[in-house]
Design a protein around this ligand. Structure first.
Ligand SMILES: Cc1ncc(COP(=O)(O)O)c(C=O)c1O
Length: 382
């Protein structure tokens, strides 16, 4: 079975390690084990539990405490509607593997995290894109979606909030999408890796799993919890579907790490503190980014409403891969080319702006320096 190369991940693998100033990072200032234990206020007790942990496979499906604590973050989830995975990426892979049959019709928002369309394509689905357009604030055109859905549509895939654009689908948009999916008997599949990081607290978005009987959601501790190193993600969905996922998981995973399970529980229990730490960083960084975009005449964007990424459009005569390579070679500043999301985005850059305000300020100054080089080159050509 063939699969398209994962544009974003391949670029990250090739360039990230040697970056001096990383503006492609999508996690908020990753926490150390010590940071996490300090936030919990139970450092000694948890260290003691960790030292005594027997490194067996543990509970195959995850500890009951972990499953319950994940379920508690959703309105209608119970232990049986949750399954834990090695990160959101495994959650997406195994649940799409469960859902998709050759010949299925899938509609996926675009741009989006590539797993959501390349995995269904690799299993033989016919995937059509619902374009998210900048002139529409990167929101889905629901009339267009209505026109695309047929009674053969098996799944509508969304990425809420969206990576790369940072746009959100709000409650009322989601309800309309549910009605459209329901009219075709389709599943609504939602990658919600950034859902707990909506910048304006009054705009919280519900999980697809909470508002639709055929809703499936994935999430992980990587982005909103700053704990990508735990490699802990999950799928939430109807219990019968989760049982099918578990059947595939036996072949790929057996169980997740016991230390991940223990520290994951600590993180979820202390999520209010972690989210408030992270949202504070994200909001400060969003202001810095916004000021910078306003100061650069040939850069524009749709202001992100959630998550840690934004899609910057530029008006220079250079392809996005060339742009990022030259920027990187100049002084080690690392940005992600829009072309990684598809050829139509070749005048875009994805910035991961929320690692820390200091990194962002340094990086944007260096990007401005590079833009002046481009201005000069354009001037000397005229
Ligand atoms: C939208 C989205 N989903 C899933 C993932 C997978 O992340 P992880 O496997 O660390 O949870 C990422 C990582 O960048 C992402 O951006």
């Amino acid at each position: 079975m063939k699969i398209a190369p994962f544009g974003v991940e391949q670029w990250m693998n090739e360039w990230e390690e040697g970056a001096v100033t990383n503006l492609a990072e999508t996690c908020v200032d990753s926490m150390t084990v010590e940071n996490l234990l300090d936030i919990s206020g139970l450092r000694d007790e948890i260290m003691d539990q960790m030292m005594k942990l027997r490194l067996s496979y543990g509970d195959i499906l995850g500890s009951v405490e972990l499953l319950d604590s994940i379920a508690s973050m959703y309105e209608h989830a119970a232990r049986g509607s949750v399954i834990v995975m090695n990160g959101g990426s495994a959650a997406n892979f195994i649940s799409l593997y469960t859902l998709i049959e050759p010949g299925d019709e899938v509609i996926c928002v675009y741009p989006a995290y590539q797993q959501l369309y390349s995995i269904p394509e690799s299993f033989g689905a016919s995937v059509r894109f619902l374009r998210l357009r900048p002139e529409n604030g990167f929101k889905a055109d629901l009339n267009e979606l209505r026109g695309m859905v047929t009674n053969r549509t098996k799944v509508i895939c969304i990425n809420n909030s969206n990576n790369p654009t940072g746009a959100i689908m709000d409650h009322s948009e989601l309800e309309q999408i549910v009605r459209i999916a329901d009219s075709a008997g389709a599943w609504l599949y939602s990658d919600e890796a950034y859902r707990f990081m909506v910048h304006d607290a009054s705009k919280q978005i519900p999980s697809a799993a909470d508002i639709y009987e055929r809703g499936i959601a994935t999430c992980s501790l990587s982005k909103c919890f700053s704990l990508a190193g735990l490699r802990l993600g999950w799928v939430i969905g109807p219990e019968s579907f989760i049982k099918e996922v578990a059947c595939r998981r036996d072949y790929t995973t057996i169980s997740c790490g016991r230390i991940d399970d223990l520290l994951g529980r600590v993180a979820i229990k202390n999520r209010d503190r972690i989210f408030s730490r992270n949202l504070d960083i994200v909001r400060r960084c969003a202001v810095i980014l916004d000021d910078w975009v306003r100061s650069e005449e040939r850069i524009d964007y749709v202001k992100p409403e959630a998550g840690t990424t934004a899609f910057l459009h530029y008006d220079y005569d250079i392809g996005s891969e060339d742009f990022c390579r030259r920027l990187y070679r100049k002084d080690g500043t690392f940005l992600l080319p829009g072309a990684c999301f598809g050829p139509e985005f070749d005048r875009y850059l994805r910035i991961g702006y929320a690692y820390s305000p200091g990194v962002l300020e340094d990086g944007l100054r260096l990007v401005s320096g590079f833009l002046r080089d481009l201005d000069e080159e354009a001037g000397s050509k005229n």
